[in-house]
Design a binder for this molecule. Structure first.
Ligand code: NAI
Ligand code: MG
Length: 492
């Protein structure tokens, strides 16, 4: 019986992999050969006179080059943001501010296809994800916070709020446009002005957003978008005229930022790494749970801070779940991010691929058993097959450290208490997932799991109205929802 079943599934896999290519057209996206810094409403040549390339990680071809902002460039951007704050933005009636934010949201929608293509080209994520998740969710964040701009008295009843001033915002490469929206929308809605720096491997959609901001006629200096790497980020963090730092990225850089702003009166929200536990109880609907686990770890190549990178399966269903997972992994298509059939696109950079490969070695050396899907991967570009490890010990590095790739560490458990202890036994605390038929079990778990977000019978669900953020080394502060507004105001 078992053999017969797996034969049928195998046939299906073969036909899934033999789908004719369905590539999205590159020509629908306009990418300039070179981008300057967006300061005070204009694209300005960098005082540094330096530029660096951004490549397509699926082909290793150069897409464009962007400016590398130095200290003097950061000074210019902060000066523009300060002047716009003092002279225009903080004085503007909130309902007028809202109109600009709505306009940005609508313009993202109008140019959604172009944004999706550029996001996939520059960062490697499958076009299905940039088209159906990144771009619409980014627009939704602008819509949502536009709605709050003139209703802050309802957000904070009987209190008066004041904007903080100039916000320095530093974002990562896993959700480039979406993270820009998460940061910019609540800052503008509450009356702050912004200097934002996208990550060095994925600057293009932020620069496209700068074009929209220019077309939307936002007063010059309200949003400044400057490109560069860690040194540019550090210059923003250390700038004395910045009132708030909003950072999403690695825990290591989060710690550097925390040290840098200690003793200043800068506020901060830090959204850092994660090592989320996805927990399957034996009463869970297993097929649905397996689908959730697949989404949890393979969405965006696993480059997700809240990825479900640890899986805990109750012992009685362990074998069945692992078999179903392997079967499902076999159906996944790894390859061209612009192909609408692709499930797993390119790893964001050579450096990140090396990090992932290093962990694959470490896992095997630690004695865990590695299984990879048998799919083919393109010869050029940075790719990694979907991977799971069984026979994992809680102390193994692959169970403790953030890998940020399509790599899942699986362990079994017997009792609720045991799995709570294991799930919480990590320096991180960003998210978790629980799969069970019993509501009481869900509530028991959600109260005991030390994670900012706990999903029940689903995973990786996002909405602008819900707050997101972590415990412990996953950072502090919340983004999204009402909590996301609170992070950009002084409440008096
Ligand atoms: P990173 O933390 O260095 O980069 C994130 C952003 O911070 C980028 O814009 C970068 O230019 C900027 N940055 C770097 N050094 C800085 C500094 N000293 N001061 C201010 N800004 C600075 O992350 P990286 O090196 O690209 O990735 C390394 C690991 O970090 C990944 O393997 C992953 O585990 C984790 N990571 C987690 C993310 C998350 O969403 N939680 C996002 C990106 C990376
Ligand atoms: Mg790139």
């Amino acid at each position: 019986m078992a053999t017969k079943k797996s034969n049928t599934i195998k046939l299906k896999f073969d036909s899934a992999r033999n789908l004719a290519p369905a590539p999205e057209s590159k020509s629908a996206a306009k990418i300039d050969p070179r981008y300057d810094l967006f300061i005070n409403g204009k694209f300005e040549k960098p005082l540094s006179k330096k530029y660096f390339g951004t490549i397509n990680p699926a082909t290793e071809e150069k897409l464009s080059e962007v400016a590398e902002a130095n200290q003097a460039d950061v000074n210019r951007a902060v000066k523009a943001a300060r002047a716009a704050y003092d002279n225009v933005w903080k004085k503007m009636p909130a309902k007028e501010r809202a109109k600009y934010i709505y306009r940005i949201a609508r313009m993202i929608q109008e140019r959604a296809r172009e944004f999706a293509i550029i996001e996939s080209l520059d960062g490697g994520k499958p076009i299905r994800e940039s088209r159906d998740f990144d771009v619409p969710t980014a627009a939704n964040h602008f819509f949502y916070y536009a709605g709050w701009a003139d209703k802050l008295e309802y957000a904070f009843p009987n209190r008066t709020t004041q904007p903080l001033g100039v916000a320095g915002q530093i974002i990562p490469w896993n959700f480039p446009l979406l993270m820009a929206a998460w940061k910019i929308a609540p800052a503008l809605a509450t009356g702050n002005t912004v200097v934002l720096k996208p990550a060095e491997t994925t600057p293009l959609t932020a620069l496209k957003l700068a074009e929209i901001i220019q077309e939307a006629d936002l007063p010059p200096g309200v949003v400044n978008i400057i490109t560069g790497a860690g040194a540019t980020g550090a210059a923003i963090v250390n700038h004395p005229d910045i009132n708030k730092i909003a950072f999403t990225g690695s825990t290591d850089v989060g710690k550097i930022i925390q040290r840098a702003i200690a003793g200043t009166n800068k506020k901060a929200t830090l959204e850092l790494g994660g090592k989320a536990a996805n927990i399957i109880f034996d009463d869970a609907p297993l097929d649905q749970a397996v689908e959730g686990v697949i989404n949890g770890i393979f969405f965006n190549q696993g480059h997700v801070c809240c990825a479900g990178s640890r899986l805990y399966v109750q012992e009685s269903v362990f074998k069945e779940v692992v078999r179903k997972l392997k079967d499902r992994m076999e159906t996944m298509i790894v390859g061209d991010p612009l192909d609408k059939n692709t499930d797993i696109g390119a790893i964001n950079s050579r450096q990140q691929l090396e990090t992932i490969n290093k962990y694959l070695k470490i896992g095997q050396q630690e004695g865990a058993e590695m299984y990879q899907s048998s799919c083919s991967i393109p010869r050029k570009g940075f790719f990694c097959r979907p991977t799971i490890f069984t026979n994992v010990a809680q102390s193994n590095r692959i169970a403790q450290e953030e890998i940020f790739g399509p790599v899942l560490a699986i362990q079994s458990f017997r009792t609720d208490d045991e799995v709570i202890e294991k799930a919480n036994n990590t320096p991180f605390g960003l998210s978790a997932g629980v799969w069970t038929d019993k509501g009481s079990k869900i509530f028991n778990m959600t109260t005991k799991l030390r994670a900012g977000v706990v999903w029940a019978n689903t995973f990786n669900k996002f909405d602008p109205t819900s707050p997101f953020g972590g415990y412990k080394e996953s950072g502090y502060g919340r983004e999204g929802g009402l909590h996301g507004l609170a992070a950009y105001v002084n409440i008096v």
